[in-house]
Design a protein around this ligand. Structure first.
Ligand code: NAD
Length: 479
């Protein structure tokens, strides 16, 4: 067991109150972390503000070198970091290794912007005048992140913030603070100056809310649930703080009768059960054309029943536990209410019990049929190993079911008909489409939700834009 501190101004500090971090697989305490008090919250914000002037004045190459060094250090520690990530979040070790590598690639990618943040020279309206648009750092960034990808999302926020010349205060989720704290342990060696990166721990409702209320951050970059995102946006409005929100999803997975069925089945399984169903772009509702519905369901259920659920640190495990008890109870509630409303459990449908499952937050991989579009299970984000499967009768109906939802993050389509593909590209109301392939963003693309799934977004050069503000300069000189 390890007692962690918080990382403020390049130093490790603690507070009187601490909270345990539990392994979701065993319910054992694997570490303790401080609950930030008002003093430490203000100290982190003040340190970030003070450090920003110097950091922002460094050359891009100097900042990029720090990111590159940090990436090298993560590579050197990847097995240890992956084990810890698997222990705190519950994902299988192989997925944790993938998350470390994927997350780390943002450091190297954003380091490449060391010479690429550019301004504009405009034609002046008056003689002997010069007109420029500069792109400058916003100042202090506040990053608030969820528990499902605690390492990758931490880097997703830190890397663009730093290359643009900002400093950051990052608050990881209270259930999974260790990955971000371990990242900070490598910061000094990477050459991150004191105050440039600060990690604050504690609950969202108190510590997170206090950070959001502060006028010091000029950008809040948030990844998490829709409800928290709305609360943050409301609070940020008081200081007119910029907000970028990456929120929940309810991805439809549309399977047409002309597709490669093997591929559709295996991708639908992977896309739902990856990270125990706790991925924002997961297959949350599967829609299958009526002509192939029976065959799809048989093959899909057979594949789901083969999934190996168990100890995330053991080789071969495909599904670990849910992250915490509330999440387990939430998923259980969704299934129970769906069944009450008429859904049929084809496989799973309850907590996983038996040897090896007496402790921890286990739920059986579950497939539901007999669902209707207006049911809660088709409209609300489940975020667990449960998938409702519903038939549709033609392509237009499939598209309209997909769009009939408050979320708009990701959508999947399996078809080999180019005309249908083009109609879907035009008509689907989602920020990210996966056509004939499974989930997984590219770091240099753009990840952002439509509708209530978000405002703003991350990744690539478009994601970097949020971390920069424009300054227009009109200059007159003697002619
Ligand atoms: P959450 O909203 O409960 O918590 C996210 C973070 O917000 C945590 O750090 C939490 O402590 C903090 N927080 C909670 N209340 C707060 C408040 N009032 N003020 C400030 N901070 C507060 O979300 P979660 O359960 O950690 O994550 C799951 C959700 O995240 C799902 O909806 C999922 O779809 C979404 N998610 C979205 C993306 C994306 O890229 N769009 C990626 C990953 C997860």
């Amino acid at each position: 067991m390890n007692d962690y501190g918080m990382f403020i101004n390049g130093q490790w500090t603690t507070t009187k109150q601490t909270t345990p971090v539990l392994s979701p697989a065993t319910e054992e305490t694997i570490a303790t972390v401080p609950i930030a008090d008002e003093r430490s919250i203000q100290a982190a914000l003040a340190a970030a503000k003070k450090a920003q002037r110097d950091w922002g004045r460094r050359t891009g190459v100097e900042r990029g070198n720090v990111l590159r060094k940090w990436a090298d250090l993560i590579d050197q520690n990847r097995e240890r970091l992956a084990r810890l990530l698997s222990q705190e979040e519950g994902k299988p070790l192989g997925e944790a290794l993938g998350e470390i590598d994927f997350g780390n690639s943002w450091f190297r990618y954003y380091a490449e912007f060391d010479r690429r943040i550019e301004g504009e020279i405009l034609a002046a309206d008056k003689p002997n005048e010069q007109l420029w648009i500069f792109r400058q750092p916003v100042g202090v960034v506040l990053g608030i992140i969820p528990w499902n990808y605690p390492m990758a999302v931490a880097v997703r926020k830190i890397a663009p913030a730093l290359i643009a010349g900002n400093t950051i205060v990052l608050k990881p989720h209270e259930d999974t603070p260790l990955s971000a704290l371990e990242l900070a342990k490598l910061a000094n060696e990477a050459g991150v100056p004191p105050g440039v990166v600060n990690i604050i721990t504690g609950p969202g409702e108190t510590v997170g809310a206090a950070l959001v209320r502060s006028p010091i951050p000029r950008l809040i970059t948030f990844t998490g649930s829709v409800e928290t995102g709305k609360a943050i946006a409301r609070s940020a409005a008081d200081n007119v703080t910029l907000v970028s929100l990456e929120l929940g999803g309810k991805a439809p997975f549309i399977v047409m009768d002309d597709c490669d069925l093997d591929q559709a089945v295996s991708t639908a399984v992977f896309s739902r059960f990856l990270n125990c169903g706790q991925t924002c772009i997961c297959n949350e509702r599967t829609y299958v054309h009526k002509r192939i519905a029976k065959e799809f369901l048989e093959r899909f259920v057979a594949a789901v029943q083969k999934l190996k659920i168990g100890n995330p640190l053991q080789a071969g495990t495909q599904i670990g536990p849910k992250v915490n008890r509330q999440e387990l109870e939430k998923v259980e509630g969704y299934v129970q209410r769906a069944v009450k409303a008429g859904a049929r459990v084809v496989t799973g449908g309850q907590r996983k019990t038996g040897r090896g499952f007496s402790k921890g937050y286990w739920y059986e991989p579950t497939v539901l049929t007999g669902v209707r579009q207006d049911m809660e299970i088709m409209q609300q984000e489940i975020f667990g190993p449960v998938v409702p499967v519903m038939e549709f009768s033609d392509f237009e109906e499939g598209l309209s079911f997909a769009n009939d939802c408050r979320y708009g993050l990701a959508a999947y389509l399996f078809t080999n008909d180019v005309h249908r593909i083009m109609r879907a590209v035009r008509d689907l109301e989602f920020g990210e489409l996966y056509i004939n392939r499974g989930p997984g963003e590219s770091i240099h693309a753009f990840h952002g939700g439509w509708k209530q799934s978000g405002a703003g977004g991350d990744d690539g050069r478009h994601g970097l834009e949020h971390y920069l503000q424009k300054k227009t300069v009109y200059l007159r000189y003697q002619g």
